[in-house]
Design a protein around this ligand. Sequence first.
Ligand code: FES
Length: 202
Amino acid sequence: MSESNASPSGAKGDAPADVAATAEPSLISRLIQGFQKTESGKDAVRTRRLFVGFGIGGFLTTNFLMFLRFFFPRTIFEPSTVFRIGTPTDFGFGVDTKFQKSNRIWVVKNTERLFVISAICTHLGCTPDWKQSEQKFKCPCHGSGYDPEGVNYEGPAPRPMDRARVVLDPEGQIIVDTSVTYKAEKGKQSQFDEYPGAYITI
Ligand code: FES
């Protein structure tokens, strides 16, 4: 009787009980681990389903939005290609750059004529800068240089810059039409003289 009530700790006869105690938790822990595995497996499936659901939902939403976008075509509001710029007396001699930003043109006036240069480099289409101190147009992209009449003389530009159509209306206002341009081949800037709309005689 006294043996059966003996304290378990430190007693030699308690060794088998310890083994059982260590064996039991390992079985339980194995069961718990199995349960956890099952739970994490379910979670993984749930997470995977969630991802797939989001993927499909995102794909369908994107396609639906693209479909809707089809019914609302993008409209770009560009400035009119035909516009008035004032009278010949509004311009001094030389190059006037005040319409460069709004209409991408320069107005040039000399003692005989007024004409409008399209501010587009004939190499690859950049907008050259007017260098007042050097009296030249210089393209920032590849270095083409043009004289004050837009005639190329350095760099890769293949020909002079184009000129836009100019006419005077009955009130003496200059009307520019940038949808009509005149071109001159390399070294043949006198070709501009052949086009009445390429300048206004003043
Ligand atoms: S675009 Fe002007 S030099 Fe090339």
